[in-house]
Design a protein around this ligand. Structure first.
Ligand code: SER
Length: 609
C-alpha cells in the first residue's frame, strides 16, 4: 500500500465516523513559545483539549507535520526522523475509550476500509497504574471485546504508557498497538514482548491516549474538565510496516529521492554502513529543511532558525562525503520532495516558486566559509591541547570547546564537521563545552532580541562549570593555607560535586576544613572576575600557573586567572575551561568529605549549594 493510500484511508475512515478533516497546522507553534516546533499532533490542539470549542466540532481527524530534533545522532537508524507526519483522530470531550479502541482495531484490520493488517500479529499495551491513575482494566476489557486475546495485552508503567507532551498540559494513560513485522513471533510473555520490541521484531504502530488528566510543573495535578482522545500513528512507520520494510527510508516515501543520490560516486569510500547512514542523514535533513522553509523559518543563530541551519549544514557535510555533485543533487532532492508532497502541502510549491532562495543562500554562504574554516582548523591542529575528557576523566588531545564554538561562530562550522575533522586526526572535541557556550550564546541572543529573561535555566553544564571554577578556588585556598607544595594530583567533576586529589601527608582537621570553606566563600563573595588568556607556554610557566603533574603542554596554552587585577591574582591554572565569568556566580561552597586517597595524597569532595 502506497503511503498516499494510507493517508487517504485514515482520513476517510474517520470522516465517515463523524470526524472533520483539519489540515496540518504549521510546524511552528502559534501560541506556545515554550517549544520550537510542533512535536506531536496534539500540540496545535491543546486549547481544545483544555475545553475551548473547536470551530469544526468535537471530532477531528488530521495528519500533522511534526519536527523532533532531540538527538540528531539517532538519525540514520531505522526509526528516527527529524520530520514526520502523525495521523490522528481526536475526541474533544466527546467519545472515549470504547469508540477509540473499537475504531483503532477496525482501521488496522479491516480489509475494505482499513489497512487489512493481520489481527494475529497485533499486540497491545495498557497502563499498569500508579499514584496518578489506576490500572486501565477498562481498556484491557475493551481490547478483548474487539477480539484481542488477553495474553497479548500487557500492562506497562508510566514510562511506556503515560503520554504527556512535556511538564505542562493535558496528558493521560495510553494504550499502544504493536505489530509483528516478521510474521513469526507468535505468543509472547511480557518479558519476551519487551525483548521483541527492542529487537524491532515487534513495532509500535499507533498510540491511543486517553487524555483526561493535566500536568503542571511535571506533576499530574488532577483531571481536566473533559475527557479527550488523542491518537497518533506515524505515517512513515506505518508505511514501512505495510510495505514490509525495516525502515521508512526503503519505502515509497524516500524512493525517488534515494534513487537520485544512489548513483553518486562515493567520495570517501567508507563502509557500506557509513554510506547508508550518510544517505539517510541527507534524506532526512533536506526534507526537514524544506518543510521548515515552507513554514517561514529562515536559517539563523537561534531558535528554530538555528536548528534549520544545523540540519542544512549537517546534511551538506554528509552529502559531501558521498557525492561529487551534491549541490546539483540537493536541488533535485528538493524538487522530488515538492513533487511528492506538493498537493498535500501547497506551501512547498510556494517555496519552489521563490527559487528555494533561502536554502541556497544558506548553502552558498556555508560553501564560502568552509574553505576559510578549514584553514583555521589546520591552525588549531598545530596548537594542540591536552585535556580531560569530561566525566570519564581520561586524558586526550582535544579541540577546545571554545575553539569549536569560534569555528562555528566565525565560519559556520557545524559541530559535526569539527568532530569529523578532529576524528580524522585522532583528536577529540570538547562537545559539552561547545554545547554550553552555544546555549549561553543562544540565551544571550534571545534575551537581547526579545528583552526577555527566562529564569531557572541552570542545567547540567552550568552546574559543572560552576563546580569547575570552585575547584580552582579550592586549590588556591589549600595553597594559601598549607603552601605552594600542595599540588593537585587528579580531579573529577559531576553535576553534584567536585572531587580533588592533592599532595598532602596528613588528615585535615575539622577546624582547617572550616577555614578552607570560609576562604573560598570569601573569594566567592568578593566577586572576582575569571579570565581566560592564551599565551606561549614559556610565559605561562614564568607566571607560575598551576600545571597538571606529568602533563605535556603545547607551545600555546590557555590559562585561567581569577582575581580583580594583575597584581591580585588568586588563582592561575593551565586549563581549557569552561568557567563562570565571575566568582559571585558560584553560591555557597561546602566541603563534604576529606579522606585519604593514596599514600601522601588526600581527597576532598565538595559541593556548591
Ligand atoms: N500524542 C501521542 C503521541 O504523539 C498520540 O498522538 O504519540
Amino acid at each position: 500500500m502506497h503511503s498516499e493510500e494510507i493517508r487517504k484511508k485514515f482520513l476517510a475512515f474517520f470522516e465517515k465516523r463523524g470526524h472533520k478533516v483539519v489540515p496540518s497546522a504549521s510546524l511552528i507553534p502559534e501560541n506556545d513559545p515554550s517549544v520550537l516546533f510542533n512535536t506531536a499532533g496534539m500540540q496545535p490542539l491543546v486549547p481544545y483539549l483544555l475545553g475551548q470549542k473547536h470551530p469544526l466540532g468535537n471530532r477531528i481527524v488530521n495528519v500533522q507535520k511534526c519536527v523532533r530534533t532531540g538527538d540528531l545522532d539517532d538519525i540514520g537508524d531505522n526509526r528516527h526522523f527529524s520530520f514526520f507526519e502523525m495521523m490522528g483522530n481526536w475526541s474533544l470531550g466527546d467519545y472515549f475509550k470504547e469508540e477509540a479502541i473499537k475504531w483503532s482495531y477496525e482501521f488496522l484490520t479491516s480489509k475494505e476500509e482499513g489497512l487489512g493488517l493481520d489481527p494475529t500479529r497485533l499486540y497491545i499495551t495498557v497502563f499498569a497504574g500508579d499514584e496518578n491513575a489506576p490500572e486501565d482494566i477498562e481498556s484491557r476489557a475493551l481490547w478483548q471485546s474487539v477480539g484481542v486475546s488477553n495474553e497479548r495485552i500487557y500492562s506497562l508503567g508510566a514510562d511506556d504508557n503515560w503520554w504527556s507532551p512535556g511538564d505542562n498540559g493535558p496528558c493521560g494513560p495510553c494504550s499502544e498497538m504493536f505489530y509483528d513485522v516478521t510474521g513469526t513471533v507468535g505468543e509472547l510473555s511480557k518479558e519476551q514482548f519487551v525483548e521483541a520490541v527492542k529487537k524491532e521484531d515487534v513495532i509500535e504502530i499507533w498510540n491511543d491516549v486517553f487524555m483526561e488528566y493535566e500536568k503542571k510543573d511535571g506533576k499530574v495535578v488532577g483531571k481536566l474538565a473533559q475527557k479527550n482522545v488523542d491518537t497518533g500513528a506515524g505515517l512513515e512507520r506505518m508505511t514501512a510496516v505495510l510495505q514490509g520494510k525495516k525502515t521508512a527510508y526503503e519505502t515509497d516515501i524516500f524512493k525517488e529521492a534515494l534513487e537520485k543520490i544512489k548513483n553518486d560516486r562515493p567520495k570517501i569510500l567508507g563502509s557500506e554502513e557509513q554510506i547508508i547512514k550518510a544517505e539517510r542523514i541527507v534524506l532526512d535533513h533536506f526534507r526537514t529543511v524544506l518543510f521548515l522553509a515552507a513554514d517561514g523559518v529562515v536559517p539563523s543563530n537561534k531558535g528554530a532558525g538555528y536548528i534549520m541551519r544545523r540540519l542544512l549544514r549537517r546534511g551538506i557535510v554528509y552529502f559531501r562525503k558521498i557525492s561529487f555533485v551534491y549541490l546539483e543533487h540537493y536541488a533535485q532532492l528538493l524538487d522530488v520532495c515538492v513533487g511528492f508532497y506538493g498537493n498535500i502541502y501547497p506551501e512547498l510549491k510556494a517555496v519552489k516558486e521563490n527559487g528555494y532562495k533561502i536554502i541556497f543562500d544558506e548553502i552558498n554562504q556555508f560553501q564560502n566559509s568552509l574553505e576559510n574554516g578549514l584553514k583555521e582548523f589546520e591552525k588549531l591542529e598545530k596548537r594542540r591541547f591536552w585535556g580531560i575528557n569530561g566525566a570519564e576523566g581520561e586524558k586526550m588531545m582535544i579541540i577546545l570547546g571554545q575553539d569549536a564554538f569560534d569555528l562555528w561562530q566565525t565560519y559556520g562550522f557545524p559541530i559535526e564537521l569539527t568532530i569529523e575533522l578532529a576524528t580524522e586526526r585522532n583528536m577529540k572535541v570538547d562537545v559539552p563545552t561547545f554545547d554550553f557556550l552555544m546555549k549561553q550564546h543562544q540565551e544571550k541572543s534571545r534575551t537581547a532580541s526579545s528583552g526577555m529573561f527566562k529564569g531557572g535555566l541552570a542545567n547540567t553544564n552550568e552546574k559543572t562549570v560552576r563546580l569547575h571554577t570552585a575547584h580552582h578556588l579550592l586549590l588556591a585556598a589549600l595553597q594559601e593555607k598549607f603552601g605552594k607544595q600542595v599540588k593537585q594530583r587528579g580531579s573529577n567533576i559531576t553535576e553534584e560535586r567536585l572531587r580533588m586529589d592533592f599532595v598532602f601527608d596528613r588528615k585535615i582537621t575539622d577546624e582547617e576544613k572550616k577555614e578552607l570553606e570560609a576562604q573560598v566563600n570569601t573569594w566567592i563573595n568578593e566577586a572576582h572576575p575569571v579570565v581566560r588568556r592564551e599565551m606561549p607556554l614559556a610565559e605561562a610557566e614564568k607566571l607560575g600557573a598551576e600545571m597538571e603533574f606529568g602533563a605535556k603542554y603545547p607551545d600555546m596554552v590557555s590559562v585561567y586567572m581569577i582575581g580583580k587585577s594583575d597584581d591580585k591574582i588568586l588563582s592561575k591554572e593551565f586549563c581549557g575551561g569552561p568557567h563562570v565569568t565571575n566568582t559571585k556566580e558560584l553560591g555557597h561552597f561546602k566541603i563534604q568529605k576529606e579522606e585519604a586517597s593514596s599514600q601522601g595524597v588526600r581527597r576532598i569532595k565538595a559541593v556548591l549549594e
